[in-house]
Design a protein around this ligand. Structure first.
Ligand code: FRU
Length: 478
């Protein structure tokens, strides 16, 4: 491994070089998953946004493709958006029935901010997503007089037989409808002022997810830039009803419904077409945090995606809650697990490969449990369970490079007391792939995602726990 690639994960998507942020245009088409992403091909810093592009058949191994969208001299940068397959050629832009369309925000900057403008545009691909041509009639949704108006997510609403565009406008979500994917009519809003001038909603997604009985419910997701006094930015969700025009929340809640309790999970986007493909709802997120994203340790590339996750809902105390599970393509490629019982230390056989651990903690456990990964440099990642407080903590502050930013150098913690029932023990899954750690607890009801930059891969593990606690350990095959 070259020094330049010292943090490069085995299966988490990273750009070939330079800066990456949000996933864009996620879709499956003819059995191929397409992942586009916010990309600055000329720098390790955020800048003039392009859409980078990669393809995969297993959601784990990605092939880099040529840049898909470029900044436009008049309309501006290509900000985030989505892509769909215009199967029936309702747009009339194709000769056959296999046209792909991308919807994105054109962001025009101006030095004094006076002429800054965000509007929704369309690009067309005639060659299965390889190359993209901006539509002549852009913008398809002009700016309605809102400074922050961006990140269109487009999907087909079967009950009303219309295409829907979900887009953020300040601290609201706006809905548009279209029969031909080119002309869009405003149809409703969701959300009200959240009380923080600094909060701008970003990257909305709206999809129907199944609960454990197979009933489908609409869930609206937004990312939001953090007010300065909160520790990490929430991606949040709302459960409700979508009638094809607007979304209504049906499940009241006092706290924010957080998607991920970690520091680094943002702008997640679901893949268009997966439900028709194999019945799953799958999404992927930018595993990063705007506060320090431009400063993370990097040599030649910066930014990574989360592992793709399958989404569903579970009922907890009468409330529908989000469940995220790593796609089965990942678990299917794990080696046979080896079990370690009670306190002990051991070496990890293939430290460069993605590592999978599952801690099994009986309900009777009273003592604090620590599971620690470390390396020869003394970098230390600690996953801790405190049974009395019912808190699960992922602590990256023992990794020397974490000191690069005060906000990065903090543990992530989640309180499981309302989610857990006392009689049942706890299973916690930890996946570490070089510069990333993802924790899943309560069968995916809780997720916690963090970046990490240890100088060497972690090659040793230590469990500090009672004798009835064990860890199953496996790694991803090459
Ligand atoms: C979210 C975001 C989007 C925007 C893009 C710009 O991370 O701020 O709202 O379209 O990044 O790169």
């Amino acid at each position: 491994m070259s020094q330049h690639d010292r943090y490069r994960p085995q299966v988490h998507f990273t750009p070939p070089a330079n800066w990456m942020n949000d996933p864009n245009g996620c879709l499956v088409h003819n059995g191929v998953y397409h992942l586009f992403y916010q990309y600055h091909p000329g720098s390790l810093q955020w800048g003039p946004m392009h859409w980078g592009h990669a393809t995969s058949t297993d959601l784990l191994h990605w092939t880099h493709q040529p840049v898909a969208l470029y900044p436009d001299p008049q309309l501006g940068m290509a900000f985030s958006g989505s892509a769909i397959n215009d199967r029936e050629n309702v747009s009339g832009l194709f000769d056959d029935e296999h046209g792909l369309l991308a919807f994105y925000t054109a962001h025009r900057d101006s030095p004094d901010g006076q002429d800054a403008l965000q509007q929704q545009c369309l690009a067309v691909s005639y060659d299965q997503g390889q190359t993209w041509i901006p539509y002549e009639g852009n913008p398809v949704v002009p700016n309605p007089g809102v400074k922050d108006f961006r990140d269109p997510k487009v999907f087909f609403h079967t009950p009303s037989q219309h295409w829907v565009m979900v887009v953020v406008a300040g601290q609201q979500v706006h809905f548009y409808r279209s029969g031909n994917l080119r002309d869009w009519q405003f149809s409703g809003t969701f959300g009200k002022y959240q009380g923080h001038d600094s909060v701008v909603w970003e990257c909305p997604d709206l999809l129907e997810l199944s609960d454990e009985q197979g009933n489908r419910h609409w869930v609206l997701f937004v990312s939001g830039v953090t007010p300065a006094d909160e520790p990490f930015p929430p991606m949040q969700y709302f459960v409700g009803h979508f009638d094809g025009h607007t979304f209504t929340e049906t499940q009241p809640h006092s706290d924010v419904n957080r998607v991920d309790a970690g520091a680094d999970f943002y702008a997640a986007q679901s893949f268009h077409g997966t439900v028709d493909h194999d019945g799953r709802s799958i999404w992927i997120a930018w595993a990063n945090h705007w506060t320090y994203a431009n400063d993370t340790p990097a040599d030649s590339w910066r930014g990574l995606m989360s592992l793709p996750r399958e989404l569903s809902l579970v009922t907890r105390h009468g409330q529908l809650c989000l469940r995220q599970q790593v796609v089965r393509e990942f678990t299917a490629r794990l080696t046979e697990a080896v079990r370690h019982v009670g306190s002990g230390r051991w070496m990890l056989p293939v430290p460069n490969n993605a590592q999978w651990f599952q801690l099994s903690i009986p309900a009777t456990t009273r003592n604090t449990i620590q599971f620690v990964l470390n390396n020869i440099d003394g970098d230390r990642l600690c996953l801790q369970w405190q049974p009395e407080l019912k808190t699960l903590t992922l602590d990256r502050t023992g990794i020397a490079s974490s000191a690069f930013h005060e906000r990065f150098n903090q543990p992530c913690q989640v309180d499981l007391s309302t989610a857990m029932t006392d009689e049942i023990g706890l299973e916690v899954c930890l996946i570490v792939d070089r510069c990333s750690a993802e924790v899943f607890a309560l069968n995916g009801q809780v997720a916690m995602t963090c970046q990490l930059f240890p100088e060497q891969p972690f090659d040793r593990a230590e469990l500090i726990a009672d004798d009835n606690v064990f860890v199953d350990q496996a790694h991803l095959k090459d």
